[in-house]
Design a binder for this molecule. Structure first.
Ligand SMILES: Cc1cc2nc3c(=O)[nH]c(=O)nc-3n(C[C@H](O)[C@H](O)[C@H](O)COP(=O)(O)OP(=O)(O)OC[C@H]3O[C@@H](n4cnc5c(N)ncnc54)[C@H](O)[C@@H]3O)c2cc1C
Length: 272
C-alpha cells in the first residue's frame, strides 16, 4: 500500500510498490573477486590486464595472442559484453554496445534516513528506470539511463543528479564521490547469445537488460558443456548471432529509447 511504501521509500514520486522479500543485491566487483579466488583455489590461473588481440585456428587448437605472449587452447570463450573483443567480426556485430550510468554519493549519515527506511534495492517501472540502493557505509548508489553514448564522469554526475533530485529533493547539495559509465551488450532479439562454432570456440554475450545473474548462469552452462559435454546451453540455441545492423542499429536503438522515454513521460503526465 502507498502508506507503507512511503514509510520505507520517502518519495512522493511513487504510488505503489512490490516488495520482494527474497531478493538480494550484491557488490559485483567483490563477487567477481570472490569467483576468481574460488577458481584460483581449484588451480585456475587468472591473467588480468592481458588483452587478447588475436585469435587464430591452428590445427586442432586455438592460438591466442596477447601483448605478454601467446598460448594455445582447445576451448575459448568470448564473453566480452559491450566492449567488443575485436576477435571475431560475426560475434562483435551481433550486439549493440549500450551505455548506462552509476554514481555514488558521499556517506550520508542520518540524511539517508530521510530518504530510505529500508536496506532493499529499489527500481521503478519505466523502460529507462532509476535503480538505487543504500550501501553499508550509508552512501547511496544511484544508477539509471541507457544511451548509445559513453559519457564522462562529470556528465554522468550531472544527468544522474537531476534524476536523483526528482526522487529525493531533500538530497540537494550532496556531494557525489564517484560516477562512471559502462557498456552493456544488447542483441536485436533482446535475449542472451550463448553458443559455439562446434570447434571449441564459445560465446556468451548480450546480457544487457538481463543483468549479472544470467551471466553467472551462462558461465555454469558453458563450464558444464566443456567439462561434461552437457547440452543445457542448447536451450539458447534459438537466439543466435543475429546481425545488430550497425551503425543503423545504434541510431535505431537511440530512437527507440527516446520513444520509450516519451512513453514514460506521457504515462506520468496522464497519471497526473
Ligand atoms: C553502469 C552499469 C550498471 C549496471 N547495473 C546493473 C545492476 O544494477 N544489476 C545487474 O544485474 N546488472 C547491471 N549491469 C549489467 C551487468 O554489469 C552486465 O550485464 C554484466 O556485467 C555483463 O557481463 P559480461 O561478462 O557479459 O560482460 P562484462 O562484465 O562487460 O565483461 C566483459 C569483459 O571482457 C573484457 N574484454 C573485452 N575485449 C577483450 C579482449 N580482446 N581481451 C581480453 N578481455 C577483453 C572487458 O575488458 C571486460 O572486462 C550494469 C552495467 C553497467 C555498465
Amino acid at each position: 500500500a502507498q502508506e507503507e511504501l512511503r514509510e520505507r521509500v520517502r518519495s512522493e514520486r511513487y504510488f505503489d510498490g512490490l516488495y520482494e522479500r527474497n531478493a538480494l543485491h550484491l557488490h559485483p566487483l567483490n563477487y567477481a573477486i570472490g569467483l576468481a579466488a574460488a577458481a584460483t583455489q581449484q588451480g585456475v590461473r587468472v591473467h588480468e590486464n592481458s588483452d587478447v588481440w588475436r585469435l587464430r585456428r591452428e590445427g586442432a587448437h586455438w592460438r591466442i595472442s596477447t601483448p605478454q605472449g601467446e598460448l594455445q587452447a582447445e576451448q575459448v570463450v568470448l564473453a566480452c559484453g559491450g566492449y567488443l573483443a575485436g576477435l571475431r567480426r560475426q560475434i562483435d556485430r551481433s550486439v549493440l554496445p549500450i551505455a548506462t550510468y552509476v554514481m555514488v554519493t558521499e556517506p550520508l549519515g542520518e540524511r539517508l534516513d530521510e530518504c530510505l527506511q529500508t536496506r532493499a534495492a529499489v527500481y521503478d517501472t519505466r523502460f529507462a528506470f532509476d535503480y538505487y540502493r543504500p550501501l553499508p557505509d550509508r552512501r547511496l548508489l544511484w544508477g539509471g539511463r541507457i544511451s548509445v553514448r559513453n559519457r564522462s564522469a562529470s556528465a554522468v554526475r550531472r544527468v544522474l543528479m537531476r534524476d536523483l533530485l526528482r526522487v529525493f529533493p531533500v538530497l540537494k547539495g550532496v556531494r557525489i564521490d564517484y560516477a562512471w559509465s559502462g557498456l552493456m551488450s544488447y542483441a536485436r532479439h533482446q535475449m542472451p547469445q550463448i553458443g559455439t562454432d562446434g570447434q571449441g570456440l564459445w560465446w556468451a554475450q548480450a546480457f544487457g537488460g538481463h543483468g549479472l545473474a544470467p551471466t553467472c548462469a551462462a558461465g555454469e552452462l558453458l563450464a558444464a558443456a566443456m567439462a561434461e559435454s552437457d547440452e543445457g546451453w542448447k536451450q539458447f540455441a534459438d537466439y543466435g548471432l543475429a546481425h545488430a545492423y550497425k551503425p543503423f542499429g545504434l541510431l535505431g536503438a537511440q530512437a527507440s529509447y527516446w520513444w520509450q522515454e516519451f512513453n514514460d513521460w506521457f504515462k506520468r503526465s496522464l497519471e497526473g
